[in-house]
Design a protein around this ligand. Structure first.
Ligand code: NAD
Length: 323
């Protein structure tokens, strides 16, 4: 038997159909024009959404909700102009591929970008926090957001790994808080993990799932635990690939090709780490190392690359070169 013949279907991963950005979003299904949406009265569409943090993920989350017809307030403290540019570039890319149902200018008219959480509208139905993976910072931002929005709003964190239950301790009303873990790049990715913390109310979970559906994405419900379902598996694969690179098992292209062709992953583990950002991956690995043990110990090569500013696609170089 050849090695190929010995591979059972179970050993290869399911072949995810790669999607182009926006294919997963259904702009046609425009939202209802209700101003104040509560988890109880409308699970179909958050009319007004606030996203805090306008980096890679926050700008993508903003684009996804805008494209679905929502009004979006994007709060980016350090680079608001850059955040607006990111969303604009994403929408223009979608329009050029014929994937946007409206004019870019019409979609952008629903976007406002601000530097402070105090700009979050009191009538926002949903606030998604997407600031860097730092528990103290996230708690501070979520507490500030809770102080601005109305009682009916749902609060969500896009954390990749941190305990949603621990973050909930920052809030006065933890029942309305949960994880909505979007994937990168958000407009193209079809998955959102809906992470249920110890005190998250069942109706809030259902509302969040309905909103994910509305974006044309699939929500999976996961109990809050370190790394949830996705990061726990994805990071482990990425860390092992980095260790293999350190040990000289193969070069980066070969390791990625092994998983892309051998196991039909749409993207190899090193290319995937480059897309996520090596700094982001390192922060997650450190947290998973602390909570789940030695198997998540970050390899020295990952630390060295982050220290050298080789953060992946966003800096032009990571495990592969994008310049
Ligand atoms: N990068 C990924 O692939 C990915 C995937 C899923 C989830 N996540 C998670 O999403 C979150 C954000 O990740 P990212 O990759 O977008 O990071 P990023 O560094 O690209 O973006 C974070 C943004 O938050 C801004 N910010 C910092 N403090 C702020 C504050 N107090 N108020 C408003 N904005 C503030 C920063 O200026 C930055 O633009 C993290 O929790 C990360 O773990 C990342």
């Amino acid at each position: 038997m050849t090695p190929e013949e010995s591979v059972t279907p179970e050993e290869s991963v399911t072949p995810e159909e790669s999607v182009t950005p926006e294919e997963s979003v259904t702009p046609e299904e425009s939202v209802t024009p209700e101003e104040s949406v509560t988890p109880e009265n409308d699970a179909a569409a958050p009319t007004t959404v606030a996203v805090i943090g306008g980096g890679q993920m926050g700008s993508g989350i903003a684009q996804a909700f805008l494209t679905a017809g929502c009004a979006v307030t994007l709060v980016e403290s350090f680079a608001p102009d850059r955040a607006r540019e990111r969303v604009t570039a994403g929408l223009e890319g979608a329009a050029s591929r014929g994937k946007l149902a409206e004019e870019v200018s019409a979609v952008l008219a629903r976007l406002s970008v601000h530097a402070s959480v105090s700009a979050v509208p009191a009538g926002a139905a949903l606030v998604v926090e997407a600031v860097p993976e730092d528990a103290g910072l996230k708690a501070e931002v979520l507490r500030a957001a809770e102080g601005v929005v109305g009682r009916g709003a749902v609060l969500a964190t896009n954390t990749s790994s941190l305990s949603v239950t621990e973050l909930a301790a920052a809030l006065g009303e933890p029942r309305r808080f949960l994880g909505m873990h979007f994937f990168n790049p958000v407009p193209a990715s079809r998955l959102v993990e809906v992470v249920v913390a110890a005190e998250t109310a069942a109706d809030v979970v259902e509302t969040a799932r309905a909103w994910v559906d509305r974006l044309g994405k699939t929500g999976i419900v996961v109990t809050d635990s370190p790394g949830f379902a996705s990061s726990r598996l994805g990071v482990l694969l990425g860390l092992e690939a980095i260790r293999m690179l350190e040990e000289g098992v193969a070069d980066a292209a070969a390791i990625d090709t092994a998983m892309e062709l051998g196991y039909r992953h749409p993207m190899g583990p090193l290319r995937s780490t480059d897309l996520v950002g090596l700094d982001v991956r390192l922060a997650i690995a450190e947290y998973l190392h602390d909570t789940l043990g030695e198997r998540f110990s970050p390899p020295q090569l990952l630390r060295d690359k982050v220290a050298a500013g080789e953060l992946g696609r966003k800096t032009g170089r990571g495990f592969h070169d994008y310049r």
